[in-house]
Design a binder for this molecule. Structure first.
Ligand code: ADP
Length: 592
């Protein structure tokens, strides 16, 4: 990324600072050592000058140049110092290393000039006489009657080599110090870098969701503290993520187990939420619907229009929508605007209720009313027509009049039968709804016998057409009169719809904890396509034949209802030309 590492950030400036600091210390120390030694040497030279001054005074007073020269030559080699004695006019009176006679006037030398002016003088310069760089110190002998100047000097060569050697050592120490400090910097930055690298790797693992990562990275206190803070943050983060996850799962579970379909659509009409029930209603799967438009997911222009209406006016809209895939369905859709906390419109929320059953019931109710009206209208029209004829245009013969009256009588019976069956059905429905069906433990065989006694005429009974196979100990917990009515209806149908001499069997059994009462005939049988609708009210395979036989089309509807009211069911098996078996299946009486 073009960024420098910690080492390259810290090391160069530190190296520069170290180098400058060491150079400054070395330079400063060198200068101090130099001035210390120069000051010491100058003090020594001053002392030497002062010491010789006493011996020189009488000689200068006596103007004894030879003695002065002699003294200089004696003490010069002993002390290693050059002595020069200068008169008040600047002329050289004696010199430990030169010949005064050949030496020029020294009044112009700065140290001498200062001493002649009465102050100690000092100078450092190259000596043409001795050919080296020297330190000169000149002191005036002012107390004396004859003033003179004693100048001492020393070569700086030895001092310089001493100072150089000290400077070299200081510089060497500086370099060693630099190397040690650099090594320390490298080690430190490397250890810091390693700790930071461990922190970085820990943070990366955290970002990938590995909350079990150990962030105890070691190193300096500050980095350890950062690691601890990150560890704490990771624990908090994990806690929050778990909370979010569990809330999301709860929401998902609630949405998933809802019977109503729920769909969320954003402002661009893109689906961003759909529960299982909704997906089923729209014949899709939740993952497939996500990110697709409502047009693609719903495939219904009314549904799209509903969403668009909500998005346009931010109001609630409702509509019953007819879906055809995967099967015909009616869905009541309640669409409300989805609003953010600040009231801005985010999209639309659709709650879908499957009202197919309700619609079907509605249709059934309408059909039933139409069917009842139609069924009642036929006998009423006949009764009315024949009654009017009898009144307005009475038949001439008694036979004709009896025929009319017989028709009126038959149609009244039919009307009564229909109304009686309808009343039975409605009473049954009421009792079932209210749970007020009175049940008593009932033995099945006597009940069947009673039905045959009451509803089958003597001739048929005597003809031996009916066979009963019912164990005497079989008992049911039921409403005896309703079960008798159901058995009576089934027996009547079997006798009605099969040839007069063909046998009918009533067989009772106990199978898998259920009591089965099967009425079997060897009549014409029923085609498979009619079987599912046979128990519908007023449904008949052959309308004319049923009417002719006095049927109302409500018999099997009543049987089915009675079975259901007892927690049982009616099973129908039939094949064209192979007879039919209608089995009433009821729960066995539990006597334990
Ligand atoms: P219905 O009063 O017409 O007999 P049901 O509800 O009892 O009305 O029966 C409905 C229709 O089922 C009948 O019209 C008839 O076509 C058919 N059905 C009922 N029982 C039998 C049977 N045992 N054999 C053949 N068809 C039958």
């Amino acid at each position: 990324m073009g960024r420098r590492s910690l080492l390259w950030t810290i090391a160069p400036p530190l190296f520069v600072i170290l180098a400058v600091a060491i150079a400054l210390v070395t330079g400063f120390t060198g200068r101090s050592v130099r001035s210390f030694f120069v000051a010491r040497t100058a003090a020594d030279l001053e002392n030497q000058a002062r010491l010789t001054m006493r011996d020189l005074s009488p000689l200068v007073a006596a103007d004894d140049h030879a003695a002065i020269q002699e003294l200089c030559r004696n003490i010069g080699p002993v002390t290693g110092v050059r002595f020069t004695i200068i008169g008040p006019d600047g002329s050289v009176l004696g010199d430990s290393q030169g010949d005064p006679r050949t030496m020029d006037n020294h009044a112009g030398r700065p140290e001498v000039a200062a001493a002649l002016a009465g102050k100690p003088g000092r100078a450092t310069r190259y000596s043409a006489t001795l050919g080296n760089r020297r330190l000169y110190v000149a002191l005036p002998a002012q107390d004396e009657t004859t003033p003179f100047v004693v100048r001492t000097s020393m070569s700086l060569a030895d001092l310089n080599s001493l100072i150089s050697s000290i400077n070299r050592r200081i510089a060497t120490s500086g370099v060693i110090l630099f190397l040690v400090a650099s090594g320390a910097v490298l080690l430190l930055s490397r250890s810091l870098g390693l700790s930071l690298d461990r922190l970085r790797r820990g943070a990366e693992q955290l970002a990938e969701g590995n909350f079990a990562v150990d962030l105890d990275v070691g190193g300096p206190k500050e980095i350890v503290t950062v690691g601890e803070a990150m560890q704490h943050m990771s624990a908090k983060l994990q806690e929050q993520l778990e909370t979010i996850e569990s809330e999301r799962n709860e929401l998902k579970a609630v949405m998933g187990s809802m019977v109503e379909g729920v769909m969320a659509v954003d402002r661009a009409e893109i689906v961003f939420g759909l529960n299982l029930a909704g997906a089923r209603m729209l014949d899709t799967a939740t993952p497939a619907a996500m990110g697709r438009t409502i047009q693609e997911v719903g495939r219904n222009r009314h549904l799209t229009a509903l969403v668009q209406a909500v998005l346009a006016d931010s109001n609630t809209h409702e509509a019953d929508i007819h879906l055809t895939m995967p099967e015909e369905r009616w869905v009541q859709v309640h669409a409300t605007p989805l609003l953010a906390a600040d009231g801005t419109l985010l999209g639309a929320l659709l709650v879908m209720n499957d009202i197919t059953r309700l619609r079907r019931l509605e249709t059934m109710r309408r059909d039933f009313v139409a069917n009842v009206s139609h069924e009642l209208k036929t006998p009423i029209t006949a009764i009315k027509g024949f009654t009017e004829t009898l009144l307005e245009d009475p038949p001439e013969t008694a036979g004709e009049r009896d025929r009319f009256l017989t028709i009126i009588n038959n149609q009244s019976d039919r009307l009564e039968a229909i109304i009686s069956d309808l009343l039975d059905l409605s009473r049954l429905e009421q009792e079932t709804d209210m749970g007020s069906l009175a049940k008593t433990p009932t033995a099945l065989a006597p009940l069947v016998d009673r039905v045959i006694q009451e509803s089958v005429n003597d001739q048929v009974r005597a003809g031996g057409r009916i066979t009963i196979a019912c164990p005497r100990d079989l008992r049911i917990d039921a409403n005896p009169s309703l079960i008798a009515q159901a058995v009576g209806n089934l027996l009547a149908n079997a006798l009605k719809y099969s040839p007069e001499d063909s046998p009918v069997t009533i067989a009772c059994s106990l199978e898998s904890g259920e009591v089965r009462l099967a009425v079997t005939d060897q009549g014409p049988g029923i085609a498979a396509e009619h079987l599912p609708r046979l128990c519908e009210r007023f449904y008949r395979v052959d309308k004319a034949r049923s009417r002719q036989l006095g049927g109302t089309g409500l018999g099997l509807a009543i049987v089915k209802h009675i079975a259901q009211a007892h927690g049982g069911r009616l099973d129908i098996r039939s094949r064209l030309g192979a007879g039919s078996t209608f089995t009433l299946i009821l729960p066995h009486e539990d006597r334990s």
